[in-house]
Ligand binder design. Structure first.
Ligand SMILES: Nc1nc2c(ncn2[C@@H]2O[C@H](COP(=O)(O)OP(=O)(O)OP(=O)(O)O)[C@@H](O)[C@H]2O)c(=O)[nH]1
Ligand SMILES: [Mg+2]
Length: 380
């Protein structure tokens, strides 16, 4: 038995030695072949010439940077084009909320927004039907397409406040609604099987309607804005500005600006978020023009052969979209043409982030929630 094991052992040793020899031979061969390939490669591609990139292909309309500046074209400038294509496919969500005391023209302005150049579509009310008093928070959405870009514009109309005997804490339903949208987003975000694209119902911009008294802000307004400005981007506007003379309007705007500053109410665009000098100088102009004095109407009239939105008075038609008549078009262009992306970023990076941090802290870490769970209730 012992001899058998010994013979077996020596046989195994011989076999291992043989295998080692084969491996050594193969290894040498591989090294040799690698050297050959490298030699051949250096024959084909001289080291100073960079290979042409296969992907991404450079779009024909993008100018080539000078070859002297770069050793070869990398294609960094195509990133913008790639991002544009992606964004065009996904589209934009933009959510505006209108808030203010009762009867200031909030629902009318929602209609004005949709019927103005933003979208020439009706919001469901017929031309001569009177807009009913708003009794609950209600959202109206339209998908607007322009130049191949889709935007889902949602305007959230809210019931007016201020006509109760006790108006204490009347901002609560509004701030609750705003927080509920953050909560919905947060729950989607922490979900294990989260959606590729989370539906964004968060309020990006809140238009606060100020009564055109010509005097000063009401205490209710300052209280309301103080509370809301902590959770959302507030843009104050003077409602029904056709009821003020030009001088009254200028004076009132100045007074409102001073009062807002005195109360420490930070409206959008907030000074602390100006990114650079260019941003600061652009935003300073907007801050000086605020609050925008607007007129709302969903009635159309004929003026110079064109159909215009306006309000008919004994002295003529006040044209909603004429910058000489009111600042509606300035407000719309500011919200959509110049600051839409920034409004969304401030919402996400500042307001939502504050909510998220507080929520996760309070909860000692939010537990993942299954997709079937109800997401309506805010826990704040
Ligand atoms: N003069 C003037 N009247 C306006 C303007 N906008 C709306 N109105 C009128 O104001 C009245 C109230 O308008 P709504 O749009 O219902 O006001 P609201 O703020 O939605 O009212 P609540 O839903 O009760 O809070 C209507 O008769 C409108 O025609 C405006 O810019 N100027
Ligand atoms: Mg209303």
């Amino acid at each position: 038995m012992q001899r058998f094991c010994k013979t077996h052992y020596s046989l195994m040793c011989n076999l291992c030695g043989f295998l080692q020899l084969i491996l050594l031979f193969l290894n040498n061969n591989i090294l040799y072949m690698q050297n050959r390939v490298e030699e051949n490669m250096s024959e084909i591609v001289p080291p100073e010439v960079r290979p042409k990139p296969a992907v991404p292909a450079k779009p024909s309309h993008v100018a080539l940077p000078s070859r002297s500046a770069l050793l070869g074209y990398i294609g960094i400038d195509t990133i913008i084009e790639q991002m544009r294509k992606k964004t065009m496919k996904t589209g934009f969500d933009f959510n505006i909320m209108v808030v203010g005391q009762s009867g200031l023209g909030k629902s009318t302005l929602v209609n004005t927004l949709f019927k103005s150049q933003v979208s020439r579509r009706s919001t469901g009310w017929s031309r001569d039907e009177k807009i009913p008093k708003t009794v609950e928070i209600k959202s109206v959405s339209h998908v607007i397409e322009e130049g191949g870009v889709k935007m889902k514009l949602t305007v959230i109309d809210t019931p007016g406040f201020g006509d109760q005997i006790n108006n204490e804490n009347c901002w609560e339903p509004i701030s609750k609604y705003i927080n509920e949208q953050y909560e919905k987003f947060l729950k989607e975000e922490v979900n294990i099987a989260r959606k590729k694209r989370i539906p964004d119902t968060r309020i990006h911009c809140c238009l606060y309607f100020i009564s055109p008294t010509g005097h000063s802000l009401r205490q209710l307004d300052t209280e309301f804005m103080k509370h809301l400005s902590r959770v959302v981007n507030i843009i104050p506007i003077i409602a029904k500005s056709d009821t003020l003379t030009l001088d009254e309007k200028t004076e009132f705007k100045q007074r409102v600006r001073k009062e807002l500053e005195a109360c420490g109410i930070e409206c959008y665009p907030q000074k602390e978020f100006d990114e650079d000098m260019e941003d600061k100088s652009d935003n300073d102009k907007i801050r000086e023009a605020m609050p925008f004095a607007v007129v709302g109407s969903d009635k159309e009239y004929q003026a110079n052969g064109k159909r215009i939105l306006g309000r008919k008075t004994a002295w003529g038609v006040v044209e909603v979209e004429n910058p000489n008549h009111c600042e509606f078009s300035l407000l719309r262009d500011f919200m959509i043409r110049s600051h839409l992306q920034d409004l969304k970023e401030v919402t996400h990076n500042i307001h939502y982030e504050t909510y998220r941090a507080k929520r996760l802290n309070d909860n000692g870490g939010l537990h993942p929630i299954s997709s079937g769970q109800d997401t309506q209730e805010s826990n704040l």
